[in-house]
Design a protein. Structure first.
Length: 143
């Protein structure tokens, strides 16, 4: 998982973006509980301990959601890479974490939340434009 993990500063930026842009629309986590898990995640990482797979899933899914919701120019400015590259990294990181957490057989709430977040991201990114960029109105028409 370390291969997909950004610096703490970059991760904090993505989590902030998640809570600003995604959480108000698709509230999947309890914010105070997530923030506690997120701090524990980084405490364990800094000590060289691998966080539990269920916590990894929710952290990666939130970062993936943050990336999906960011503008290409902002990503290029803040991260120095293309949006597509960052999406690919966090999509693969989230998928890897979900697989390691056995998301199809799990009873862990965090893993199920992460799977829902992942599905929202993949649907948003690859299949359904949720809003008309000119009006901001939800587009319910089928392409």
């Amino acid at each position: 998982m370390i291969d997909f993990l950004p610096s703490r500063l970059a991760a904090d930026r993505l989590i902030k973006q998640y809570f600003t842009a995604v959480h108000p629309i698709a509230q999947t986590v309890h914010r105070p509980s997530f923030e506690k898990e997120y701090e524990n995640f980084w405490d364990e990482v800094s000590l060289g301990i691998e966080p539990s797979s269920s916590v990894q899933t929710i952290v990666f899914a939130a970062m993936f959601s943050g990336v999906i919701s960011m503008d290409e120019a902002v990503i290029l400015r803040d991260f120095g890479v293309s949006k597509e590259s960052l999406i690919d990294n966090f999509k693969l990181g989230t998928e890897t974490a979900l697989g390691r957490a056995h998301f199809l057989r799990t009873t862990k709430v965090e893993t199920l939340q992460a799977f829902v977040m992942y599905l929202v991201c993949v649907t948003r990114c690859y299949f359904i434009p949720l809003t008309d960029p000119d009006s901001g109105v939800i587009d319910r028409s089928m392409p």
